[in-house]
Design a protein around this ligand. Structure first.
Ligand code: ZN
Length: 136
């Protein structure tokens, strides 16, 4: 697969509203989009840091993977998302071939008009890894 850059870091939060003042007033970043992703049961807020984005993830249901992550004591950085240039579907096929465990067997719609898929942290050195590409 061909990874061009880190697209974003996903950060788990209890409440976007509560943490936004830190990002905006202390770090001086600007939230440019808030979007609910029903599929993942999260509300997302996006901020730009140069080329890289921060994706704040607030669970909208206790069933959300992000809610479960926090329930197990997880805080802060939740996943790293890499932009792949030659397609998420191709990358997933390559991962399967190389013994990487997939969370998503095929790309699905994410926030920001991206096709996304997650790889299981058990086979990615402990880091929940997202692969993404702009939707066509
Ligand atoms: Zn993400």
């Amino acid at each position: 697969m061909k990874i061009s850059r880190i697209d974003h870091l996903g950060i788990a939060v209890q409440s976007i509203e509560e943490v936004l003042p830190y990002y905006e007033n202390v770090l001086g970043l600007k939230c440019y989009a808030i979007e609910e992703v029903a599929d993942q049961k999260v509300k997302t807020a996006f901020l730009k840091v140069g080329e890289v984005k921060l994706e704040l993830l607030e669970p909208t249901s206790p069933e959300s993977a992000v809610a479960k992550f926090m329930e197990k004591g997880g805080r802060g950085v939740h996943h790293v998302a890499f932009a792949v240039e030659d397609g998420v579907a191709n990358a997933l096929a390559e991962c399967t071939e190389k013994g990487v465990r997939l969370i998503d067997q095929q790309p699905r719609p994410g926030a920001e008009h991206m096709n996304i898929a997650f790889l299981h942290p058990k086979t990615t050195a402990g880091v929940l890894t997202e692969l993404c590409e702009p939707m066509k």
